[in-house]
Design a binder for this molecule. Structure first.
Ligand code: GDP
Ligand code: MN
Length: 390
């Protein structure tokens, strides 16, 4: 789950990391008033969207007067913001922040992620932070230093000092501030169940203060059960509506680029279904796992999601009836088919408990459903059906 910069700023601030003041606003005029209230000579207007690279797309503007703050904010609200991370359609800007802008002597990158290869969280840091960090990472990966963090003991003081020295923050004026920020970042990453916690840039001012002026935090969805507060941080306007309705119904759904909609129970079967479709020359339009206990409501919602996708030319239902019996699933398919109204070919492959009864129900339903005996046959049929329809 992603959150906005202003929400990430609040989390950093609660953790004791210094962040310049800001106000969140939803209209151009409010940005002018916010500038006055901040009472600073220089402010920065920043679009709040779930995408980085805003600076490059015109979503970060320095302003010196209230009128300028108002105009820059109004310009951001007026049209979608396109950055290297939004795709060409861009993202609508609903909120901006007006933040106290600081003078910058140096920009540094620090970020924390889970390194799956090591099975540990790691801190990544780079003395050359700011908007060019992706290029630095691509051109000179050796400039990114990483430090694994023990999940039981947390970041050790020697690790924080090692990172600070590597970042050129080892002098008397900087070391304590840097160690403090790095330690607090590592602690909040753990406490808040983050999958990403990034400060870019962490700046050193000409007066040798170290401050976070941009932050990006994502949470690990697996920890949602212990964070009821996340619900209020969610921004529905940023979420893919199909993925959202899937989550609400207890389905795992990921949209892909192909033409064959798949409805499968179990993640392993879903993966092999995608593989076998590709093997037979087709492209899956999605990954959709209805889980072990698929009921009629889930199957109906799943069909709705699949059929709402304009790319879908045929649908394959591949269910292994274990706990969920094949006759139950056949009943759910028939009911959902009737409720949703199918406009593309449907191929069903059922296997497992009560399979004969399930197949008979589909055959007797009089619906235009193609049944397949095995995985290969199912894949061949659905690929042919999608090609025929296209
Ligand atoms: P991003 O492009 O979405 O990552 O947005 P950032 O908040 O990181 O801003 C991009 C760039 O704008 C930063 O790397 C800075 O160079 C510049 N910038 C942002 N805030 C300030 C500020 O308070 N003062 C100054 N001088 N520059 C800023
Ligand atoms: Mn940034």
């Amino acid at each position: 789950m992603k959150i906005h910069e202003y929400q990430a700023r609040e989390i950093l601030r609660s953790a004791g990391i210094p962040v310049p003041n800001w106000e969140l606003v939803g209209q151009g005029d409010d940005a002018g008033a916010a500038f006055e209230r901040l009472g600073v000579p220089l402010a920065v207007v920043k679009a709040q969207v779930h995408a980085g690279g805003r600076g490059k797309g015109g979503g970060v503007k320095l302003v010196k007067t209230a009128a300028e703050a108002r105009d820059k904010a109004a310009a951001m609200f007026a049209k979608p913001l396109v950055t290297p991370q939004t795709g060409p359609a861009g993202k609508e800007v609903i909120k901006v922040i007006v933040a106290h802008a600081v003078d910058i002597h140096r920009e540094i990158y620090v970020g924390m992620v889970v390194d799956r290869a090591r099975g540990l969280p790691v801190i990544m840091a780079c003395a050359e932070g700011g908007v060019e960090i992706e290029e630095v990472a691509a051109r000179s990966p050796e400039k990114i230093i990483t430090e694994p963090i023990d999940p039981c003991y947390g970041m050790q003081p020697f690790q924080a000092r090692k990172l600070a020295f590597a970042l050129g923050l080892g002098s008397d004026g900087h070391l304590q501030q840097a160690v403090d920020i790095l330690t607090k970042l590592a602690r909040l990453f753990d406490k808040q169940d983050c999958s990403l916690a990034e400060i870019n840039p962490l700046v050193v001012t000409p007066g040798d203060k170290i401050l976070a002026i941009d932050a990006k935090i994502s949470f690990d969805d697996n920890a949602e059960f212990r964070h009821p507060e996340w619900e209020s941080l969610r921004d529905l306007s940023e979420e893919n509506p199909a993925e959202r309705s899937a989550t609400d119904t207890g389905l795992s759904y990921v949209s892909l680029d192909g033409s064959i909609g798949c409805l499968v129970n179990g993640a392993g079967l879903a993966m092999s279904t995608m593989d076998i479709i590709k093997l037979h020359g087709g492209e899956p339009a999605n990954f959709l796992d209805v889980g072990g206990g698929a009921n009629q409501q889930q199957v109906t919602t799943a069909f709705r999601i699949l059929l709402a996708d304009k790319k879908v030319q045929a649908v394959l239902v591949n269910i292994f009836g274990g706990i969920m019996k094949c006759d139950t699933i056949a009943g759910a398919i028939i009911a959902a088919y009737n409720e949703v109204g199918f406009h593309v070919p449907l191929v069903v492959r059922l296997e497992g408990t009560n399979v004969d009864l399930g197949r008979k129900m589909l055959a007797d339903s009089g619906l235009k459903i193609t049944t397949a005996g095995g995985l290969t046959e199912a894949a061949e049929r659905v690929v042919a059906a999608a090609k025929g329809a296209a």
